[in-house]
Design a protein around this ligand. Structure first.
Ligand SMILES: [Zn+2]
Length: 541
């Protein structure tokens, strides 16, 4: 490839004109003149004509299998508003008369008063079959009366310890199930076949490759679900991406599950698939007050309540689990939204460091919606990677109406503090959390840089402009940062001689703002080991 702008993301963040690849590896990086003698009679030369080449993107937190499954089911992700949702459900029901359940996902809490939808609406379009639809963030389910009935949920059903059944004024379940209450319904679902799961993963992999993603960490690998998909696809050589699996920690059980995790790691490690991480849900989400905060939530009038959210794992037990897993060579991958959850995750790594000394497991904390200022410096001190979902760091309905009012002004200035984390020396990785939000890394980088999302370009002000970061830092988070957290930095993450040729060609000079918004850039081709896994016809060469 020549005549381009090649953002190598090496230590000096060098930008060069050309890169040469042979047998899947990068063999030379430099000026057009230096590379030209490498061209042989059978070399494919791609004239970049000013386009940008970057290292293949790494998504450090994605639910690839689950997102592929969403695509194969009643998929509401492209829709907005009650009327549209109901139309999609109705047409799905009509197209799939044989399915005993209508299952789907992708509705947005912002489309319902208080974020809580009603069973009666679903009953109108699908009265005869149970319907179960997960919200976009995967923490809430919207169900119809048939689904409540089949799960035996009625006015006398108690809330489970880890969730909530939303109710009408008269105490009847209204059709929204929060967090652990969803399992009252989902435990009836039959297991998916490995063929269905592998097809879902293949679909997701194709979508991710088309967005320039060549490696990722699957953020919740469950036996019989994600695990079966990776084993099936990698086992038959169909996994082109390099993937780290974060094995889901079952918070209903304790340390006794560690032996199982060790056994699963040994049994399911395959070419391109390394199940070497363990995912802990430390808390829930702010929108339903299940995220764990140091100080109480406010009520709608701005007065403090008594609620501080839930720690889904006892913090003392968490320390023990993380220390043991760290000693066994497992990485800890924490879901932490509230400032108390972030602190509990950092405390657990601190405890592991005290017991085990330094390790190379590279623990990381994802989401990081609110961080107490005292904890910013601990990421660097403890070697914890900050795993940012940058797309969320913009003003939109959910943040403005369901989150900020309940935090109050003091905490509202500490949301998604990516700039502060970088200034405090933290290593930043980025990931989409697809299908919670878009898997497109360029749209996410745009928000990291501008703190305005693509739906509100030129419309909304930057959200906490002091937390904006440079495009080069955002690109680093999606390349070297993600490679680091996935222990892949020897192979991928930068364009340097000896590394594998995982490369992305973008349709313009990404760093020239005269070419439009960052998220308007399009991937022209994606290469893994020098082989195109996605290529538009206009690539040339
Ligand atoms: Zn996630």
């Amino acid at each position: 490839m020549d005549h381009g702008r090649i953002a190598t993301m090496d230590g000096a963040r060098s930008v060069v004109d050309a890169v040469a690849v042979r047998d899947g590896r990068i063999v030379a990086v430099g000026s057009d003149r230096a590379i030209r003698p490498r061209i042989g009679p059978r070399t494919r030369v791609i004239d970049l004509r000013g386009r940008t080449v970057t290292p293949g993107f790494g998504d450090a937190h994605v639910h690839a299998v689950a997102s592929g499954v969403d695509r194969l089911r009643c998929d509401l992700t492209g829709s907005r508003g009650l009327g549209t949702y109901l139309a999609v459900v109705a047409s799905y029901a009509e197209a799939h008369p044989e399915e005993p359940w209508i299952r789907g996902s992708g509705w947005s809490m912002a489309d319902f008063p208080g974020g809580i939808p009603d069973r009666a609406d679903l009953d109108r379009v699908a009265p005869d079959r149970p319907v179960y639809l997960e919200s976009r963030d995967g923490h809430t389910a919207w169900v119809n009366s048939k689904a409540l009935g089949s799960a035996g949920i009625s006015a006398v059903t108690l809330d489970p310890h880890d969730g909530r059944i939303e109710r009408d004024a008269d105490g009847h379940p209204s059709g929204t199930l929060q967090e652990g209450a969803r399992s009252l319904v989902t435990r009836q679902f039959p297991r998916e076949t490995p063929e269905f799961l592998a097809a879902a993963l293949r679909l997701a992999q194709g979508e991710l490759h088309a967005l320039g993603i060549t490696n990722w960490q699957d953020a919740n690998v469950r036996p019989g679900a994600e695990e079966a998909a990776y084993v099936a696809l990698a086992g038959r050589g169909g996994l082109t991406a390099r993937v780290v699996g974060a094995l889901g920690w079952d918070d209903a059980r304790g340390a006794e599950q560690i032996d199982e995790l060790v056994e699963r790691r040994a049994r399911t490690t395959l070419p391109r698939y390394a199940p070497t991480s363990v995912k802990f849900f430390i808390d829930g989400v702010l929108e339903n007050f299940s995220a764990a905060l140091l100080e109480p939530y406010l009520d709608a009038a701005g007065r403090p309540t008594t609620g501080r959210g839930q720690s889904l794992i006892d913090p003392r037990a968490l320390k023990g689990h993380v220390a043991r897993l760290d000693a066994l060579g497992f990485q800890a991958h924490a879901h932490a939204i509230g400032d108390r959850a972030v602190r509990e995750a950092l405390d657990a790594v601190d405890a592991a460091r005290r017991v085990n000394g330094p390790s190379d497991t590279r623990p990381h904390i994802a989401h990081l919606e609110v961080i107490h200022p005292d904890d910013l410096g601990r990421f660097r001190a403890l070697g914890v990677v900050a795993n940012a979902q940058a797309y969320w760091a913009a003003l939109e309905d959910q943040l403005e109406h369901l989150t900020l009012p309940f935090l109050g002004p003091e905490r509202a200035v500490r949301i998604y503090p990516f700039g502060s984390l970088l200034r405090a020396g933290a290593t930043l990785a980025m990931g989409s959390d697809w299908s919670v939000s878009t898997p497109d890394p360029l749209l996410q980088m745009e928000v990291a840089v501008n703190r305005v999302n693509d739906e509100h370009r030129g419309e909304k002000p930057a959200f906490l402009p002091g937390e904006r970061i440079d495009l080069a830092d955002a690109l680093a988070a999606f390349t070297v940062g993600s490679a680091w957290v996935n222990h892949l930095e020897r192979e991928v993450g930068s364009i340097e001689v000896g590394k594998t040729a995982d490369l992305v060609v973008l349709d313009r000079d990404l760093f020239d703002r005269g070419t439009g918004a960052i998220g308007e850039a399009r991937v022209v081709a994606t290469f893994i080991d020098g082989v195109a896994v996605f290529e538009r016809p206009d690539l040339g060469g």
